[in-house]
Design a protein around this ligand. Structure first.
Ligand SMILES: CC(C)(COP(=O)(O)OP(=O)(O)OC[C@H]1O[C@@H](n2cnc3c(N)ncnc32)[C@H](O)[C@@H]1OP(=O)(O)O)[C@@H](O)C(=O)NCCC(=O)NCCS
Length: 152
């Protein structure tokens, strides 16, 4: 597996990441809501926004996209905006590797805390971040935020 960051001159991969953002929404929110919430154009713009103002990390193997993770900085907070690993590559440490690489990037940006938001029932993601020392700091009826201080 090889990790790198996505650049603006890779339209096909940008589209692939956008469509995997939609797969994330479908997996977390269900088929109907996940498909209809955002257009593919909107999702592609979101990927571009994260390339330009944050970081989009890719995990690849022989040119195949295994997973991605989108990062952005909001004040003193480093936010993992979305993390996705294709089903056939799961439980082999791909997300762990992406999150670790994200931490390195966030450290270089001088943030004080790391956080991610997800749906209340997203056990896979919650376990993944809890295993890395994140704790739930806020929750509503549908969403929760996991956060941890970033030791510099
Ligand atoms: C959440 C997700 C990114 C994890 O990716 P992954 O590459 O399989 O994760 P890893 O192999 O790095 O797993 C690391 C740890 O996360 C936890 N974890 C991952 N999948 C889990 C599952 N199905 N059940 C419980 N814990 C899980 C475990 O602690 C695991 O460590 P272990 O395998 O040693 O037990 C992946 O399941 C995914 O893409 N899910 C759908 C998209 C999604 O919900 N994204 C977040 C939206 S906010």
């Amino acid at each position: 597996m090889h990790l790198r960051h996505l650049t603006p001159g890779e339209p096909e991969i940008i589209l692939q990441v956008a469509s995997r953002m939609r797969s994330t929404l479908v997996e977390v929110l269900g088929e109907e809501r996940g498909q209809s919430l955002y257009s593919l154009d909107w999702l592609r713009d979101r990927v571009l926004f994260h390339i330009e103002s944050g970081r989009v990390l890719l995990a690849e193997d022989e040119g195949e996209l295994l997973g991605h993770c989108m990062l952005r900085v909001e004040g003193e907070l480093g936010l993992y905006a979305t993390s996705y690993v294709r089903p056939e590559s799961r439980r082999s440490g791909v997300a762990q590797a992406l999150i670790s690489a994200g931490e390195v990037w966030f450290k270089s940006r001088g943030v004080r805390h790391l956080a991610t938001d997800t749906a209340l029932g997203n056990t896979k993601l919650i376990r993944l971040f809890e295993a890395r020392g994140f704790v739930v700091v806020h929750s509503t009826e549908q969403m929760l935020r996991l956060q941890k201080p970033l030791s510099l």
